[in-house]
Design a protein around this ligand. Structure first.
Ligand SMILES: NC(=O)c1ccc[n+]([C@@H]2O[C@H](COP(=O)([O-])OP(=O)(O)OC[C@H]3O[C@@H](n4cnc5c(N)ncnc54)[C@H](OP(=O)(O)O)[C@@H]3O)[C@@H](O)[C@H]2O)c1
Length: 323
């Protein structure tokens, strides 16, 4: 019987979807002896999962509960098949992206400061902020306090599962969408990443939603920031190292761009890091994919892959084939 190791923190009712033909093996965080399993579902925290890995014997397949699998190949080696949980994060990560864009355009971080200071008059700081970040200094009456998403040009870098979900959620806002992926295609029009530099000056909002790989490492650096329009909003829901952090700090400190980040490089962001005090920045600590529905959804994805594995049909979410 196929033995499937899963994180002991998950309640057994979450595993009710798993095929009856497998034996489920609980793997506690403090596992202190060797265990034979065929399939490993790692706890979705790499440092905790890496403590368990040395005790596992016979693993042939890893079913990851996250979309990102960066840490796994180096840990398990090339003789193990690795699947991700493509799709399980689509809704919460897309919702975070829309929330982050609207929060920044509606100056919510500033208004939270205003609320905490208890000074109604400080709301006019939003007008000053708008003029400063957009470079739009003409006198507008009534004073501009908030911006609209409606009609803005949004550049989506990455048009996979989450990118497409973001596109759907952006539809009611009637934005002009520019899409970039690894490879170009039509219907809908997606540009190849080689076109990125020529597209950046057209965008008012740039959303990063692609994996961190050798090719995407520092895809956004000082050259790309220089190509962005004054006041461009950079939204990174993907991985911190897709952006060159030093260049990002400089672009924010100079007032050239603004940003909403769920991910940083390094991560966790250490106390005292310059990013913490950058202006025009909304930062959340890598939580975009999280919601009460996440565990059930990602375990259902793993169960579906396992059913395919058992019947010998091709699995849907392979990111590494074993050699
Ligand atoms: N913040 C969070 O909590 C959170 C949660 C979930 C996911 N994520 C991150 O979001 C990423 C995307 O997730 P997903 O499920 O949408 O992945 P996906 O379905 O695999 O789609 C990835 C997209 O990125 C594109 N891409 C890959 N390499 C590229 C490159 N070098 N330049 C330009 N585009 C590139 C792909 O292009 P092609 O279509 O041409 O292959 C594809 O469109 C994940 O890898 C993960 O790092 C973050």
């Amino acid at each position: 019987m196929l033995r499937v190791g899963y994180p002991a923190v998950f309640a057994t009712e979450l595993l009710s979807d798993f095929p009856r033909e497998v034996e489920l093996v609980r793997l506690p965080d403090d596992l202190d002896h060797d265990v034979d399993i065929d399939v490993w579902i790692p706890i979705p925290y790499p440092t905790r999962a890496l403590k368990i890995w040395p005790h596992l014997r016979g693993v042939r397949l890893v079913l990851n509960l996250m979309a990102g699998t960066e840490w796994i190949p180096a840990a398990v080696g090339p003789h193990v098949t690795i699947c991700n949980a493509r799709g399980a994060h689509n809704i919460p990560t897309a919702e975070w992206t829309i929330s982050a864009i609207l929060s920044m355009l509606k100056y919510f971080p500033l208004f939270l400061d205003v609320q905490r200071s208890g000074q109604w008059k400080r709301r006019f700081e939003a007008s000053a902020n708008y003029a400063h970040i957009t470079g739009d200094t003409k006198v507008i009456f009534p004073p501009v306090m908030l911006e609209e998403l409606y009609g803005k040009t949004v550049l989506l870098v990455g048009h996979g599962a989450i990118g497409q979900q973001i596109e759907q959620m952006l539809a009611p806002f009637h934005v002009n969408l520019l899409r970039v992926a690894r490879t170009a295609r039509a219907e809908p029009l997606v540009y190849a990443v080689s076109e990125l530099d020529s597209l950046l000056p057209q965008a008012e909002i740039v959303v990063l939603i692609l994996p961190h790989t050798a090719e995407s490492h520092h895809l956004i650096g000082s050259h790309q920031f220089a190509l962005m329009r004054q006041g461009t909003l950079l939204v990174n829901a993907a991985r911190g190292a897709i952006v060159d952090t030093d260049a990002l700090v400089q672009a924010l400190d100079s007032g050239h761009i603004r940003a909403a980040l769920d991910v940083t490089d390094p991560e966790p962001l250490p106390e005292g890091h310059p990013l913490w005090s950058c202006p025009n920045l909304l930062l959340t600590p890598h939580v975009a994919g999280s919601s009460p529905q996440f565990a059930a959804r990602s375990l259902a994805t793993a169960a579906a892959e396992l059913r395919l594995y058992l019947t010998g049909e091709p699995m849907q979410n392979i990111v590494q084939h074993s050699i």
